[in-house]
Ligand binder design. Structure first.
Ligand code: PLP
Length: 446
């Protein structure tokens, strides 16, 4: 048989932009003004026109160990050659079990049962269903309500978008899921330019008591929050807030889910935000940094209590009617094993922790730049909020995004907020480069 035509990995020759309907993209604009990457290594992307772009967003908050790491790509190659696919429904393979153990090892004490998914969205929906299954297994059949938070992002599947708090994502789609309510978001307008966590604001968590009183505790299954909201512009919680949510949920028999799709795997300088804040939920969702973004994969980590209740409390047979063809996929599991190995061997979480103060100072140095109305930060995350242009929310930040790309810097924008979350292998000098370039861009921006 003839050898298949080889794939041209890094060239634009013959590339047609018409067929790919791009996600979360202004397709009409992009296809008139395409910006493409063809390669990546360590802290940099290479564009189709051969320029280097410094990655200040770890791809999409996922490439925590930096790009093109040989330990990961070698593991992926070997896994694909050894066992391209194996089902995990009523069967198994060693890599998925090995990775589950490695993940469990870095989770908070008592959280050591791992369910694999393929994305953050799937992790969110899996966690919500797990919470419902938990109450059901306990014979607690009236707990169906799920509480999310305004400006929360839990992906785009029906469960996650329902508990999520982004109007644009929910409108038109949300009627599919009922019994959902939302807490207020935690971003205090009064506390602009706050370094790290905001001062405590007990009232925000107390709102949960109000929702409990409104709906009845016996109807609420779970509360899901991002410990630090990422996608809606880096909203850092006030001191004591997450612990207060923990206390209130525990008091009422409600499960607490932390969506750590962004905060997991070192973003705050610890394996999880749960560890960073010293607050242990019942379920943690992850994705992104689990495999360094190399192969899609997510993981939902349940407490022993949640797992054992579902597994031991169900009738003989399948205990949890949920899963994906690719749950624990061997190639993704190999990527995960190699990624966690890199985090350990290179001390990348520790590097993030060591650089957090430098990062904070560099971010807040932009406070005097034109248009900047707030700067927020924690660990290796920062949000720089710009004043919107009259009548066109998001236009100013989007222009900053395009200018940064053209100048050789990858940032992320959401509304008029610039969100930054570099690979954890970053150096202090590269942090200075990022904020130095941003300063120039902001100074030039209309
Ligand atoms: N949850 C959080 C907190 C996220 O930040 C994201 C993605 O940014 C998701 C869920 C969804 O992840 P995915 O895009 O992999 O489905």
């Amino acid at each position: 048989a003839a050898a298949p035509a080889s794939i041209d990995f890094a060239s634009m020759d013959g590339v047609d932009l018409d067929h790919f309907w791009m996600p979360f993209t202004n397709n009409r604009f992009f296809k008139q003004n395409p910006r493409l990457f063809v390669a990546a290594s360590d802290m940099h992307y290479t564009t189709a026109d051969g320029r280097q772009v410094l990655d200040a967003t770890a791809g999409l908050w996922c490439v925590n160990a930096g790009h093109g790491r040989a330990a990961i790509t070698d593991a992926v190659t070997r896994a694909a050659q050894t066992l391209d696919f194996a089902p995990t429904f009523q069967l198994g393979h060693p890599l998925a079990f090995r990775l589950a153990s490695d993940v469990a090892r870095i989770m908070p004490a008592g959280m050591d049962r791992v369910f694999f998914t393929n994305s953050g969205s799937e992790s969110a929906d899996t966690a919500l269903k797990m919470a419902l299954a938990y109450h059901h297994a306990r014979g607690d059949h009236t707990r169906f309500r799920l509480i999310g938070r305004q400006r929360g992002y839990h992906g785009t599947n029906f469960g996650g978008l329902s508990v999520g708090g982004i109007g644009g994502n929910r409108r038109r789609f949300v009627s599919q899921v009922w019994g959902v309510d939302h807490l207020s978001h935690t971003h205090g307008q009064a506390v602009r330019f706050c370094r790290g966590m905001q001062p405590g604001n007990g009232a925000l968590a107390e709102e949960l008591e109000e929702l409990v009183a409104l709906h009845g505790p016996e109807t609420i299954a779970a509360v899901i929050v991002e410990p630090v909201a990422g996608s809606t512009g880096v909203l850092v919680p006030p001191q004591g807030y997450l612990q207060a949510l923990r206390d209130i949920t525990r008091k009422h028999g409600i499960l607490l889910i932390f969506d750590e799709v962004i905060t997991g795997f070192g973003r705050l300088g610890k394996a999880t935000a749960a560890e960073y804040f010293g607050v242990t939920p019942d379920i943690i969702t992850t994705a992104k940094g689990l495999t360094n973004g190399t192969v899609p994969m997510g993981a939902v980590i349940a407490s022993r209590e949640v797992h054992d209740t579902v597994v031991n409390g169900s009738p003989e047979g399948i205990e949890f009617y949920h899963g994906y063809t690719y749950s624990g996929h061997p190639v993704a599991a190999a990527a995960g094993l190699a990624t966690l190995g890199l985090y350990r061997e290179e001390g990348l979480f520790e590097n993030a922790a060591a650089l957090a103060a430098h990062w904070e100072a560099a971010a807040h140095a932009l406070a005097d730049c034109p248009h900047v109305i707030d700067v927020r930060n924690l660990g290796l995350v920062a949000g720089i909020e710009l004043a919107p242009r009259d009548g066109t929310v998001g236009a100013r930040a989007m222009e900053a995004f395009h200018r940064a790309f053209d100048a050789g810097l990858l940032i992320r924008v959401t509304g008029d907020i610039i969100a930054l979350s570099p690979p954890l292998m970053i150096s202090a000098a590269q942090i200075d480069t990022i904020f130095g370039m941003l300063r120039e861009i902001l100074n030039d921006l209309a």
